[in-house]
Every structure is written in C-alpha cells, then in structure tokens.
Design a protein around this ligand. Sequence first.
Ligand SMILES: [Ca+2]
Ligand SMILES: [Ca+2]
Length: 87
Amino acid sequence: MKAGDSFAMALGLLLAGFGTLAWAGASEEGSEKTASLPSFEEADKDGDGKLSMEEAKSVGLSEETFEEEDLDGDGQLTEYDYKYGVK
Ligand SMILES: [Ca+2]
Ligand SMILES: [Ca+2]
C-alpha cells in the first residue's frame, strides 16, 4: 500500500464522519415542542396580536415565566416571544 492511498482513505473516513455528524445535528432541531400550551391565537383572547399578563396567566403561564419570556421587555408577549421563549 502506498502512503497516498491511506491518506486518501483517512480523509474519506473523516469526511464521512463529518457528514454523519451534520446530519444528526440537523435532525435534532425542532424536536422540542411546547405541547402543553394552547396556540398563540387561542391564548390571545382579544386578538390584538400580543399576550397581556392576564391572557398569559389564563393559559397557565406564571408571572415569572411571563417576565422571563418577554424578550424585549415591553410587558407583552408577541407571537415570537410565546413560540420561542416559552418552554
Ligand atoms: Ca391580547
Ligand atoms: Ca415582548
């Protein structure tokens, strides 16, 4: 066996390994879902596109969670705050 062959083989294995890792990483994305909470539209009772503290509490969020997930700190949860902030 020539030195060049084993190098090519090692490189091939390395690339295959990276491919597998990248694929495994991608498939895990989005597996965490907020299954127990109602949809944002359901929680937004007055339909103004934001959740007030009262609306958030009525769907079972605690005051602490509300403040924690109000990512921009304006006292309202937007759909983005709700979907990506609330766990
Ligand atoms: Ca609202
Ligand atoms: Ca907010």
